[in-house]
Design a protein around this ligand. Structure first.
Ligand SMILES: [Zn+2]
Length: 311
């Protein structure tokens, strides 16, 4: 399958390498970024997945820029579609690899250990064209996630914390909300995310707030489902999401609901009731799991109920 690619200039010092990778989980393709001055030096943000076609196209984009010296290869987080091409990209660029310290374990299998320089929170990275980016640790989508802020041109590189064409997923909603709060104080105007469309000013300015609003609304929907007496994630999925939700998105929607339930439980607003068990034949088990009250697939059915009186 042909993966179409293109280069776009977002602001004077931000060159976007875009690839239509056709993934269901993040509609609108993916973006890697060259930031700086191609006549001097640049930073590269993310190296795409391991597919050779992606790496080849990314390296071709770099050569089209005149093969500028890469000051550092920045990785937003430890998901394979962000660092998968790193070994081959590093072979071509030989630049220090900078990422959250929690990513070192993954990265040291891809590049020589002395090429790894873990980031510090709020560290400033400089490159050609007088460009400097600030690394901001933003756990939530992944525990090792970093966003980068380019204050001079008011561009926020959000990795998978904020996406251009769909809503982000997260592994820990509580820290995710804290990270969004952090980003909301930056004064950015454009959002340059790892997947989907670029969000220029003025919409980029508001997008963090839109995300915070969206999460808050989703939480209210989960609470409303619980108040209706719905107690399983499947029931809540049907209640909250549109009927025609794509199959590929269903799992991440369920994960979202579970994340909200986890957050509400951490805050003492929801209690999880124990799953029930019964001895019996396979058909009885099947019936039990249909009712959401068994461990037929080895997973807890994630029953939950709102505790009365609390909001
Ligand atoms: Zn991703």
């Amino acid at each position: 399958m042909a993966n179409e690619t293109k280069m776009v200039i977002l602001t004077p010092h931000v060159h976007v390498f875009h690839i239509d990778d056709g993934a269901d989980s993040h509609p609108g393709g993916s973006n890697n970024y060259f930031v700086g001055d191609p006549k001097e030096e640049m930073l590269l943000i993310d190296t795409g997945d391991h597919k050779r076609v992606w790496t080849d196209a990314l390296l071709q984009a770099w050569r089209d820029l005149g093969s500028p010296k890469i000051t550092a290869i920045l990785i937003t987080h430890g998901h394979a579609d962000h660092y998968g091409g790193l070994d081959r990209v590093w072979d071509a660029m030989h630049a220090p690899v900078r990422a959250h310290p929690k990513m070192s374990k993954i990265l040291k299998d891809l590049v020589p250990e002395d090429a790894l320089k873990p980031l510090k929170n709020n560290e400033v990275l400089r490159t050609g064209g007088g460009v400097s980016l600030k690394a901001i640790f933003t756990p939530g989508h992944a525990i090792d996630h970093t966003c980068f802020y380019f204050a001079k041109e008011k561009v926020l590189f959000t990795g998978d914390t904020i996406l251009g064409s769909s809503s982000a997923t997260m592994s820990d909603l509580k820290s995710y909300m804290k990270s969004l709060e952090k980003l909301s104080h930056l004064g950015h105007e454009s959002i340059a995310s790892a997947h989907g469309a670029l969000i220029p000013a003025p919409r980029g300015k508001r997008l963090v707030q839109v995300y915070i609003g969206h999460r808050t609304e989703r939480e209210q929907q989960v609470v409303a489902s619980l108040q209706k007496g719905l107690s399983t994630v499947d029931e809540m999925l049907k209640d909250i999401y549109p009927k025609n939700l794509k199959k590929g998105l269903r799992e991440s929607a369920k994960r979202n609901i579970r994340n909200h339930l986890d957050k509400l439980m951490k805050e003492g607003k929801v209690a999880e009731s124990q799953p029930t068990y019964a001895l019996g034949s396979a058909s009885a088990k099947k019936a039990a799991s249909k009712n959401g009250a068994g461990r037929a697939n080895g997973k807890a059915p994630a029953k939950a109920k709102a505790s009365a009186g609390k909001k």
